[in-house]
Design a protein around this ligand. Structure first.
Ligand SMILES: Nc1ncnc2c1ncn2[C@@H]1O[C@H](COP(=O)(O)OP(=O)(O)OP(=O)(O)O)[C@@H](O)[C@H]1O
Ligand SMILES: [Mg+2]
Length: 240
């Protein structure tokens, strides 16, 4: 289980301004959580805290009761909005870099694993390509395959559909759903309500650094809006 307790992030230049304000929630093993909210709500900041990319934080984040900053390398995987593939490396080199650095297995075994993942994502023909020769959807699948090389039990996505053709939303949804595993937690920050509705068990709704709603998907997308904050109800009604 992933546990976030009283997480607070303040602005470096103005410590009285809270980017995240006392955020507490859990994600159980095997669950997929979507994080929704308007622009500037703090969604990416929350994900960056979970990926240990943000320093000035208060509160605690644990995975299976271990503070995340003491977890072994590779336990937390992140797929960035802009994919962040290394442009000078080929697809397979991108995939092998982290597991090789962290000695996650013998070279042969890692190569076999990378090839199996490339096949799974329909990328075998692109193993030797550089990222600039790939489409957006292909880059994203490489970024996901790269994250999976480390078998992360915590997998984070920041806006996985925003850089893609809207027609790919269903494909991305299916990919994310297929990554669900009994011992894994998956968090997806998204603007795309269809994606959240399709993949998530639970929804967090953030506004202005504050966690306003932490509810099941069925409650969040219920017809009546019962059990939702007025802000989330407005957010949803503005979409329709
Ligand atoms: N490094 C930083 N320095 C100062 N302010 C920051 C920094 N990073 C984020 N912020 C501020 O924190 C707030 C939350 O930003 P964040 O990027 O987490 O929002 P978001 O919910 O991901 O928004 P979007 O939907 O537009 O991606 C914003 O007001 C932003 O301006
Ligand atoms: Mg963001």
């Amino acid at each position: 289980m992933l546990n976030v307790n009283a997480l607070t992030v303040t602005m470096q230049r103005n410590p009285s301004k809270r980017i995240l304000d006392n955020i507490t929630f859990d994600v159980k093993d095997g669950e997929i959580l979507a994080i929704l909210g308007p622009s500037g709500a703090g969604k990416t900041t929350l994900l960056r805290c979970l990926a240990l990319l943000h320093q000035q934080t208060l509160g605690t984040i644990t995975f299976n009761e271990t503070p995340i900053d003491t977890l072994a390398a590779g336990q937390i995987g992140i797929v960035f909005q802009s994919f962040n593939l290394f442009p000078h490396l080929t697809v397979i080199e991108n995939m092998l870099l982290a597991p090789t650095c962290h000695k996650k297995g013998a070279t042969e075994a890692l190569l076999d694993k990378a090839q199996a993942l490339l096949a799974q994502f329909g990328l075998t023909a692109h193993a030797g390509a550089h990222p600039h020769n790939l489409s957006g959807g292909q880059k994203q699948r490489v970024a996901i395959a790269r994250a999976l090389m480390m078998d992360p039990p915590v997998l984070l996505f920041d806006e996985p559909t925003s850089a893609l053709d809207p027609e790919l939303i269903n494909e991305v949804s299916e990919i994310i759903k297929a990554l669900r595993q009994p011992k894994r937690v998956i968090l997806v920050v998204t603007h795309e309500v269809r994606l959240a509705r399709h993949v998530a068990d639970h929804i967090l709704f953030l506004d202005n650094g504050v966690l306003l709603d932490n509810v099941s998907r069925d409650v969040f997308f219920g017809e009546s809006g019962d059990g939702l904050s007025p802000r989330a109800q407005t957010f949803l009604s503005n979409l329709s």
